[in-house]
Design a protein around this ligand. Sequence first.
Ligand code: FE
Length: 332
Amino acid sequence: MKFLAKCLALATFATAIPSLSAEEVYVYSSRKEHLIKPLFDMYEKKTGVKVKYVTDKAAPLIARLKAEGKRTPADMLITVDAGNLWFATQEGVLKSLDSKVLEENVPAHLRDPKNHWTGLSVRARTIVYNPERVKPTELSTYENLADAQWKGRLCLRTSKKVYNQSLVATMMANKGKEATETVLKGWIKNLAAKPFSNDTKVLKAVAAGQCDVGIVNTYYFGRLMKKEPGLKLALFWPNQKDRGVHVNISGAGITKHAKHPEAAQKLLEWLSSAEAQEQFAGLNMEYPVNPKVEAVKSVKQWGDFKGDVINVNEAGRLQKHAVKLMDTVGYR
Ligand code: FE
């Protein structure tokens, strides 16, 4: 119903106003409203440019952009995970950008090599453990969670969600298919429970002692610990002696048929700037992409880590191979 209402509102708007004004930008966002609206309000106040938006999940937004083609009212797509941005690029709904500002503000491995999108915040997918049952010295790498010592102690999120697809895809890029297959088989053998539908359920299972270790995005840990500070949970940064922690992004691109491409690019550049980055990342307890900006205090207290510097685009490029491999080993 909510979705239908949004569609109707969008259709009405698209037909009622030809949106010729250069002083507006229309955004399709799978990043939730409370994470983007404060930034858009700030931008409007600063520049007078009106930022309009609709929110939905990534897949329907990309499908809508494709179906609308030239008629789309959208200038920008904001979504999470390089896998989704890669898919949007494959679907031909984003245009390649030429922006010195983005090149300066965002490290190359967090941008599309062909400039269809840029990262705007970094999310770390790391190991979480129950400190009453695990010593951090027992932990080392994602691969080590396949070891027999973790039998019946591991909890994972479902392979259906893009997050673990991206984790596995970048592992394949780093270690090759065979080594990754061995790791996945070990993980499945070690599961304490059937894969969970989301990261928060993994966190709760670890805290409750249903399992001892899991793999989650740190902002879910941050959110849950804010609500229930007493939970028996701690983060561990794996693979610090080799490729580093798996990082992914939330990010954005300008649509191929944008009606306000210049205004949209200016907004995108501003979102990558020092002025916007702390809040863009901080609102969701993520890390800024702009290396000149520090994470908010609540995030910094989790400690420093080395992140994988493989281009996040690899997560998309190898996605279908990762999905196939997970299916082959029975990771559901
Ligand atoms: Fe998430």
